[in-house]
Design a protein around this ligand. Sequence first.
Ligand SMILES: [Zn+2]
Length: 284
Amino acid sequence: MAEGALDADRRVEPEMPSPEALGLVHAADWVRRAGTGALTLDEETMMELPWSRPGMEAHALAAGGTLAAARLALEGGLGLHIGGGAHHAFRDHGEGFCMFNDIAFAIETLRREKVVRRALVVDLDAHQGNGTASIFAGEPDVFTFSMHQKDGYPQPRQKSTMDIELPTGTRDIEYLELLRSRLPTALDGHEPGLVVYQAGVDVHERDLLASLKLTANGIAARDQFVFAACEDRRIPVVLTLGGGYAPKLEDTVALHARTVQEALAVYHALPLPPTAGEGRGEGS
Ligand SMILES: [Zn+2]
């Protein structure tokens, strides 16, 4: 918005999901204990987050944010969530800064409502979307596409519908070639009614927690390709941000903002939310 790309009236306030709603993709026991801070030290260590009530509420609200943005995508083709992408959250535990899996939550809520039957997750964060893969294991209607660094976190790997493992130091050209050869096959084979894009920017060459070597221009080309691939096929796409750990926070923000710019460039403009002007607030 500071760059003039988006107007404030295009923002939508997400709703806080109830524990019962989160139970659609999470074990009731995990929702209850994560919701109240009754976690073991091992669970907090695995999640790599100290529990706090505001932190927990932010994670739960992010699930509502991805759902709200997905609804906008179904109406207008594109929904932008300036958060979410908690792909390391499993059904019954959290990992890697992730407590509740907003990607799975949005997809399963819409599938239960029967507004979406088949969905596809495009997970281009530097790390495997292990939680999402685990939640959707054995569910043929949800295709999990994960392209990530071969070594390092997370271990052990889960099995996505399609995993593409990248050697340490993979650069723009090799990365984009792989993406361009594999993603269209997945989209055309599965014909999803919704794509959830986890656009982690930790694939950047200076990221502190990953080992890939994409430039900012390479990431922009990646994002442009994903949005154009969805737009060409008239598949609604919802953006979630995912990881990003540049040495300076403002550099991570700039990379995420550029992803939003790439989406807007493909879609030319963002449709006004249908509820704008009816008392809905701001947010997603
Ligand atoms: Zn990551």
